[in-house]
Design a protein around this ligand. Structure first.
Ligand code: NDP
Length: 276
């Protein structure tokens, strides 16, 4: 058994993606969404161990609270300082963070991030995971742009000091102009997420460099206003769907050792989001 611990849990589309992937690979494994309040996290963890679960995902509000129950942390989870996936092996709990790994796997279907010059908007959990994984995958330069400067500066300093990448912070001035040499630009804020899908980033869209890759972490809707503007400017777009599907595949690999069918999982996610 596998699943997700979060509050609330009902809207999480990962259950459809995982179940479709397991089913297509004929694995005798299930995935369930569990609503777990903060004060019940210890009990939920004990329950998963007692019932022989392979592991579980942690979503809001447990991504940092789970740390105190773990026996060990994978290197990138340690750098990110948050865990979204727990692997249970021989009664030991290992914390992983697969948000950024899912992003990098999706990106690699278009281009290897090695040597990339990246701008990341946002400094929350998703931005942090993506910045660390891009740095570990060999990104050359990373610029963090965030509404709250303190949070943005803190992330930039952390990535710069803990990885080989050259990472700095830039103020998010009105009509922000993307540096011309950027090969990858990522919206890692929650701007554009349904039902606020009319919102988008305060960026000068004429500063997009044609041919560069523009990505969004927002999976619903997949084609955000941000990505529409990027495509109009001649950029290659990468939706949040790829990140979500690849993250689920990395999780399944960690839990079962099997590589699940991306196509089947993609279709299941589209259906769960009402897009198919
Ligand atoms: P956090 O709450 O940790 O961070 C939110 C970020 O968005 C912060 O940088 C915040 O800036 C910024 N932000 C929010 N509102 C605004 C605004 N009005 N203007 C400018 N900036 C704003 O959230 P997460 O990082 O966990 O999640 C961010 C998004 O990523 C969500 O939409 C989530 O669904 C998505 N996501 C997608 C995944 C996938 O697999 N596709 C996986 C994980 C997350 P500030 O610091 O100033 O508050």
């Amino acid at each position: 058994m596998t699943g997700s611990f979060s509050l609330s849990a009902a809207e999480n589309p990962t259950v459809a993606v995982m179940e479709a992937g397991y089913g297509a690979s004929n694995l005798d494994v299930r995935y369930i969404n569990c609503e777990v309040a903060p004060e019940k996290l210890a009990g939920a963890v004990s329950g998963a161990i007692a019932m022989g679960w392979l592991g579980f995902n942690c979503s809001l509000p447990h991504k940092e609270a789970i740390l105190e129950y773990l026996d060990d942390l994978a290197p990138s989870a340690r750098l990110i300082g948050a865990v979204n996936t727990v692997v249970i092996k021989d009664g030991r709990l290992i914390g992983e963070n697969t948000d950024g790994k899912g992003f990098v796997e999706a990106l690699k279907t278009i281009e290897n991030p090695q040597g990339s010059r990246t701008v990341i908007f946002g400094a929350g959990g998703a931005a942090r995971a993506i910045a660390i994984e891009l740095a570990l995958a060999g990104a050359q330069k990373i610029t963090i742009v965030n509404r709250s400067p303190e949070r943005g500066k803190k992330l930039a300093q952390h990535v710069d000091s803990q990885t080989e990448a050259d990472c700095s912070f830039a103020d998010w001035t009105a009509g922000y102009s993307i540096p011309e040499d950027s090969s990858l630009v990522v919206n890692a804020t929650s701007l554009g997420f349904y039902p606020n899908h009319e919102q988008t980033l305060d960026v000068d869209f004429s500063s997009f460099t044609p041919g560069s890759i523009v990505a969004d972490v927002v999976a619903n809707p997949p084609k955000t206003r941000w990505l529409q503007a990027a495509e109009t400017a001649g950029c290659v777009s990468l939706t949040g769907i790829g990140m979500l599907v690849n993250q689920a595949r990395v999780n399944a690999q960690l839990w079962t050792g099997e590589t699940l069918d991306a196509e089947v999982m993609h279709r299941a996610l589209n259906k769960a989001l009402g897009l198919a």
